[in-house]
Design a protein around this ligand. Structure first.
Ligand SMILES: *[C@@H]1O[C@H](CO)[C@@H](O)[C@H](O)[C@H]1NC(C)=O
Ligand SMILES: *[C@@H]1O[C@H](CO)[C@@H](O)[C@H](O)[C@H]1NC(C)=O
Ligand SMILES: *[C@@H]1O[C@H](CO)[C@@H](O)[C@H](O)[C@H]1NC(C)=O
Ligand SMILES: *[C@@H]1O[C@H](CO)[C@@H](O)[C@H](O)[C@H]1NC(C)=O
Length: 385
């Protein structure tokens, strides 16, 4: 038994040395002091699965806005928080362009560097090894190994966006801690998935000079279909999930089973069952405060002047209702995500791209290489390579 486990760890070490020769990654804890104008919600923290389902039924009700119904006002929330991040650069040294990667609901920063099939699904591998980018992925504030918080009135989109801005400012002023200290980047690009795209969108809208390019994956400007996600996720209280219960308090909601993750993130015929299994086993919860503020954080005209790529799976559920090409009453619109162009009146380059047959969880599907290559090529064509 002892010899066997020694052999196994030796193999794991050999494998990780093999990977390290392709790119250098380091985990860095980034402390930030931030404040934001958060919503104040008068709602009881859901304590059990019945409470959670009741909340979802209230949120998904047609022709109503539960967020508005329970919003009593706004208050400034401030704090010092530790963020868990991973910094990766090419073997040859730091690339000139830094990509800041923000994951969506249901995942942590591991979404960008999935180890399945010897990292064959890794976005970071493509960006760093093939294209020479440097990447910084972070667990969003409140999620994964970043500091958690009170799940209704503290961990909301607004405070998380403040955290993303703070990290970006540190990168711009060469003040990232650890191995990244002093690294100078010519350009900084923001890449998001889903809720991470919304946060990247908000950063560029609020402070256009903080970003040089936006890649919004799993995204559209159409909130009509979010209730599909709210109901499809079969959400339960994280306190009822043995693997996560010790890490989170009530008020964080987890996917109820693998089928819930499949419904919201995986398109029919587009994935390896092992990828679904991995996505479920490593899935992360969402806070009630995040769910209340997802739509509100995404609004407004965006006067970001840099290049913008929206890239979404054809069968995306939350942002396209399962068909991005069904543009209903607007036959002149090529796809639902194509309408995002209207939100960027001064972007010097805008493209929307639909990944054929893919679902919302682009990085976990067979089509991932189409997604990854399209993103890197877009950045090169935009002078950000
Ligand atoms: C970074 O932290 C994650 C989560 O603990 C771990 O899986 C990964 O191996 C670490 N990576 C490095 C390069 O240390
Ligand atoms: C619901 O209300 C909130 C708070 O007023 C607002 O930010 C959000 O945009 C509204 N949602 C929709 C879908 O209109
Ligand atoms: C969202 O997309 C659907 C389907 O194409 C369309 O009917 C609806 O008008 C769109 N809503 C908005 C706000 O664009
Ligand atoms: C990596 O993914 C591609 C595209 O899905 C596939 O063709 C290839 O066989 C995979 N390689 C490995 C080692 O799994």
């Amino acid at each position: 038994m002892g010899a066997f486990s020694t052999l196994l760890s030796g193999l794991a070490l050999a494998a990780s040395i093999g990977m390290a020769s392709a790119r250098k990654c380091q985990n860095i804890t980034i402390p930030v002091s931030i404040s934001a104008r958060n919503g104040v919600f008068n709602v009881a923290v859901p304590q059990n699965n019945i409470d959670v389902t009741n909340l979802m039924l209230n949120m998904a009700k047609q022709e109503s806005n539960y967020t508005a119904a329970v919003l009593t006002g706004y208050a400034t929330v401030s704090g010092a928080y530790d963020l868990a991040t991973t910094f990766c650069e090419p073997d040859m040294g730091a690339g000139k362009v830094l990509q800041i990667l923000t994951h969506g609901v249901g995942f942590d920063r591991g979404y960008w560097d999935i180890p399945l099939n010897n990292y064959n699904y890794s976005y970071v591998e493509t960006a760093v090894d093939q294209y020479g980018f440097t990447t910084l992925s972070w667990d969003r504030l409140g999620i994964g190994m970043s500091e958690h918080g009170e799940p209704v009135n503290e961990i909301q989109a607004f405070l998380e966006i403040a955290a993303l801005k703070a990290v970006t400012r540190l990168a711009r002023t060469q003040k990232l801690p650890g191995v990244a200290q002093g690294r100078r980047f010519d350009k900084i690009v923001h890449v998001g998935h889903s809720f991470g795209s919304i946060q990247s969108y908000a950063l560029a809208r609020d402070e256009p000079s903080l970003s040089d390019g936006l890649i919004l994956t799993g995204f559209s400007a159409n909130g009509t279909f979010l209730p599909f996600f709210q109901l499809g996720g079969n959400f339960v209280s994280v306190t009822s999930v043995p693997a996560a219960a010790s890490q989170y308090v009530a008020g964080y909601l987890a996917a109820g089973n693998p089928s819930a993750v499949q419904t919201n993130f995986f398109a029919p015929g587009a994935f390896d069952p092992a990828a679904l299994d991995f996505a479920y086993k490593t899935s992360q919860p969402v806070s009630v405060g995040e769910l209340f503020t997802i739509v509100g954080a995404a609004g407004g005209v965006n006067n970001f002047p840099g290049p913008v790529l929206v890239i979404t799976g054809e069968r995306d559920v939350p942002f396209c209702g399962g068909d991005c090409l069904a543009t209903g009453g607007n036959p002149s619109l090529a796809s639902i995500p194509a309408a995002v162009k209207n939100a960027f009146p001064v972007s010097r380059r805008f493209e929307s791209f639909i990944v054929p047959g893919a679902g919302h969880g682009l990085n976990f599907e067979y089509s991932k290489d189409i997604t990854y290559q399209h993103i890197s090529q877009f950045l090169l064509l935009s002078g950000l390579g």
